[in-house]
Design a protein around this ligand. Structure first.
Ligand SMILES: NC(=O)c1ccc[n+]([C@@H]2O[C@H](COP(=O)([O-])OP(=O)(O)OC[C@H]3O[C@@H](n4cnc5c(N)ncnc54)[C@H](OP(=O)(O)O)[C@@H]3O)[C@@H](O)[C@H]2O)c1
Length: 281
């Protein structure tokens, strides 16, 4: 299949290009090739004549979105609409990557695909706006919500934690935000299966298991063998411009029922990531 991937130089896009190259004819584009917010974007995307578009391009800096909401809605809302318009014009399916930040984190138990979104900030709201365009414009779409994503080709929580642990010896990490870390390569494998299925719809896809950022950091430091102390703090001790959902665990209900499979535990993904990045042998 001729697959076009937006955000191809980003963390997920880079891994997706590699994962899909074995079975598909992949073209990756990023902002240097095309700004998805430009008026001519739908026509230019259609000009690649893809049979499927995987839309990973986004403004992903959560606090940046809070400081500049116009930019967030332009990229995540309007930009996604432009990609959907191209898919509409070509009558091809689109896969849109969305986020656990569409939820407010107040449910207290894992969110299912049919739970009512209620984003707390502009990042989540603009990503939800993108979902809306995809649903309005297309009959054939996949919306994949994932959470706490990390991969080799981008700055992420793990690389930040390991750098700080090495440098400072003691790190403080919030213990009152809970979610499911997701290894980009595990997500890519699931996406590869999904796009070959034609089983369109909304899916939650995250590694299984639940932890706080503190648990995640502690496990990371432990597996890496770095001698550092990890201390729990509360979100009030670490104020950020954006309010984050306290509990944003995604129940992968539709994925598990449709494909009879659960993504592996987050600890196993983390271990493989640390090997991939040569933090451990
Ligand atoms: N990271 C997470 O924890 C997480 C969690 C849940 C969902 N997601 C979603 O997963 C997807 C991939 O995330 P990621 O972490 O791989 O993101 P990323 O590394 O930030 O990659 C996004 C890519 O999109 C590009 N881009 C930004 N604005 C653009 C524009 N106007 N036109 C064309 N390209 C543009 C970026 O270019 P520049 O770098 O030059 O701006 C970057 O290469 C996103 O949709 C994100 O919302 C991420």
């Amino acid at each position: 299949m001729k697959v076009l991937i937006t955000g191809a130089k980003g963390m997920l896009g880079t891994d997706l290009c590699r994962e899909l190259a074995a079975d598909h004819q992949v073209t990756g584009i990023d902002i240097q090739d095309l700004d998805i917010i430009a008026g001519e974007a739908p026509g230019k995307i259609a000009g690649y004549e893809p049979e499927l578009v995987l839309h990973c391009a986004a403004m992903t800096n959560v606090d940046g979105c809070e400081k500049d909401p116009d930019a967030a809605y332009a990229v995540n809302g309007l930009g996604t609409k432009n990609v959907a318009l191209a898919c509409h014009q070509l009558d091809i399916p689109m896969l849109y990557i969305s986020t656990d930040f569409v939820f407010d984190g107040k449910k207290g138990e894992p969110y299912c695909e049919w739970d009512q979104p209620n984003p707390l900030g502009h990042y989540g709201r603009s990503k939800l706006d993108g979902e809306k365009s995809v649903r309005e414009l297309l009959k054939k779409f996949y919306i994949v919500r994932t959470s706490w994503l990390y991969g080799k080709h981008g700055r992420n929580f793990i690389s930040t934690i390991l750098a700080k642990a090495q440098e400072a010896g003691t790190i403080k990490v919030v213990n009152d935000q809970v979610g499911s870390p997701t290894y980009a390569r595990d997500l890519c494998r699931a996406i590869a299966r999904l796009i070959s299925s034609n089983k369109y719809g909304t899916y939650h896809l995250s590694n299984s298991g639940v932890c706080s950022w503190f648990d995640f950091a502690k496990k990371t430091v432990e597996l890496s063998g770095i001698k550092a102390e990890v201390l729990p703090i509360s979100s009030s001790d670490y104020p950020t411009p954006t309010k984050r959902p306290a509990y944003s665990v995604l129940r992968n209900f539709c994925w598990e029922r449709t494909f009879g499979e659960t993504l592996r535990p987050w600890e196993e993904g983390l271990n493989d990531y640390l090997k991939e990045t040569e933090y451990i042998k």
